[in-house]
Design a protein around this ligand. Structure first.
Ligand code: NAG
Length: 309
């Protein structure tokens, strides 16, 4: 078995998205496109929001924070995948693997809680417009942002420490393009009963924001439908529709991935993870901004300022 090879004793092998060379080349090219688009798109959002005083309000601060998390999130996995492909290597050190896993869990959870904060903010704005400024105060926003980071990290560190305590004796081949907790647990030769239970708990904590998002949207839709103006309904559906699509893709893939027995994990699941690992962070800036007039104006100003200076 390759895993028994001495040189791999202190590291893991990342098998990739599919494990087959031709498909790996395809995903390499795909990620080579996705990554710069993710970086530039999210960076532009942050710059545009900070440079336009009209966008200095909770909704856009959440968006800027989400973009920041998305930049970090995709930078944890994609550069390593690209570098390994170029270098013709599949190796990752034990420490590197655990660090990557910890960051993915922390940032993924933070992302999830921020999406909920954004949905809550919109629900208040649409269903209780008169109370908006008293409910969503500046410190409420800071609290929601800081809270997202705290919960994110709190739902990452225990899993990382628990995984660090496991023994890996035989096979070191991680059936994914990054160090994924489920794939690592499956590889361990220790008893992972407790780790797996904790992973399900973690997936539950990750999914709590989904309930908040659904609840927020129920409020939004019930408010919009109570005042039956076709224009208002269409507007609400067009702004929330794309958001809902991304949210369902995100939670759908994560829940489909982690709410099931370890024995059913295989390499083909890595293709599913591409969705939330790479595609959602790239789509977020487009979904939240390109259909938004204020955001487009701010981006336009950002460019004309750069061009004239
Ligand atoms: C995140 O939000 C806080 C306020 O809620 C804001 O002060 C900060 O600038 C935001 N971060 C980014 C990267 O925009």
């Amino acid at each position: 078995m390759r895993g028994d090879n001495q040189s791999f004793t202190f590291g893991f092998i990342l098998l990739g998205v599919s494990g087959e060379q031709q498909q790996e080349d395809f995903f390499f090219v795909l990620f080579l496109f996705i990554y710069p688009i993710t970086l530039i798109g999210n960076l532009l959002i942050i710059l545009a929001i900070h440079s336009d005083i009209r966008l200095h309000n909770p909704m856009y601060f959440f968006l800027a924070n989400l973009s920041f998390v998305d930049i970090l999130f995709s930078s944890v996995t994609i550069p390593k995948m690209l570098a390994n492909h170029v270098l013709g290597s599949k190796a990752i050190s034990f420490g590197g693997c655990l660090t990557q896993m910890c960051f993915i869990l922390a940032l993924g959870n933070t992302d999830s809680y921020m999406l909920a904060a954004m949905a809550y903010d919109r629900a208040v704005a649409i269903s209780r417009p008169l109370h908006y400024t008293t409910i969503i105060r500046p410190w409420t926003c800071v609290l929601l942002v800081v809270g997202s980071w705290v919960v994110g990290n709190a739902n990452a560190l225990p899993h990382t420490l628990l995984t660090a305590g496991l023994s890996f004796c035989g096979n070191k081949e991680v059936a994914n393009f990054y160090c994924d907790i489920a794939s690592l647990l499956k590889l361990s030769c220790s008893d992972t009963y407790f780790n797996v239970k904790m992973m399900y708990l973690g997936a539950g904590v990750f999914s709590v924001p989904l309930l908040c998002i659904i609840f927020s949207y129920v409020q939004v839709f019930s408010t919009v439908l109570r005042v039956p103006s076709t224009k208002g309904v269409l507007k609400a559906f067009s702004t929330c529709g794309s958001h809902l699509t991304v949210v369902s893709l995100y939670y759908g893939t994560v829940m489909g991935m982690y709410f099931r027995p370890l024995s059913s994990y295989s390499l083909k699941d890595a293709v599913i993870t591409v969705m939330y690992m790479a595609v959602t962070p790239m789509l977020n800036p487009f979904i939240y901004s390109l259909r938004n007039r204020d955001m487009k104006a701010a981006l336009g100003k950002l460019f004309s300022k750069r061009l004239s200076s």
